[in-house]
Ligand binder design. Structure first.
Ligand code: GLN
Length: 193
């Protein structure tokens, strides 16, 4: 049976593992390069993008993650993971040291919802995943502020802000699908492997 990895350096990795397990899918915490061997796909969770980015380099995970993406295996970044998947962060929201994986042709805006409503739950349309509206939890969430031609928009908020994108085998969502009751997002990601 195929195994999905969840980058487990910092942030909300345990919840992703639980969701995958609840679907009967094997999941593995990834902390070092050897943990990536034989995986069918990888989730980069939410947390603090600056911290996760620095830890990726400290644990020599950059090169093997980039080569996994290049091999066509599916990767999915959620929230901070979405920031890491992108090539750029809007300059006025960028950390002083903000290492990115740069796998997807997109720019993100960190903490895009401001401090007042920095965490909220809503329902959104994401037709590739479900014909029903799906619950989504945003926690100090980013948005996608611009995309290249190769990037397909999968979901936007009613005001037009882009919160889910796909570029071939690479997926990024601004919200935390692992913190809701639904398993639809994870089932869809597993279907890409
Ligand atoms: N605000 C965080 C960042 O910019 C992301 C928050 C999250 O992943 N829930 O890194």
């Amino acid at each position: 049976m195929s195994t999905i990895g969840v980058l487990a350096l910092q942030g909300a990795f345990a919840e992703h593992i639980n969701k995958l397990n609840s679907l009967g899918v094997d999941a593995r915490e990834v902390r070092m390069p050897a943990d990536l061997e034989g995986l069918a796909g990888l989730i980069i969770p939410g947390g603090e993008s600056t911290a996760i980015g620095k830890l990726i380099d400290r644990f020599n995970l950059r090169e093997p993650i980039v080569s996994m993406a290049g091999s066509g295996k599916p990767l999915w970044g959620t929230c901070a993971g979405m920031i890491l998947m992108g090539r750029e962060v809007d300059a006025d929201t960028r950390g002083p040291a903000q290492p990115l994986l740069g796998l997807m042709d997109l720019t993100t805006r960190r903490n895009a919802f401001g401090s007042q409503v920095d965490s909220f739950e809503t329902e959104l349309d994401m037709p590739v995943v479900s014909s029903e509206r799906l619950p989504a939890v945003f926690i100090r969430a980013p948005v996608v502020s611009s995309v290249g031609d190769a990037v397909k928009i999968l979901s936007q908020l009613p005001d037009g802000r882009i919160v889910a994108v796909q570029q071939g085998n690479l997926v990024a969502t601004a919200f935390h699908p692992e913190l809701t009751q639904v398993t639809d997002f994870h089932a869809w990601f597993v279907s890409l492997t």
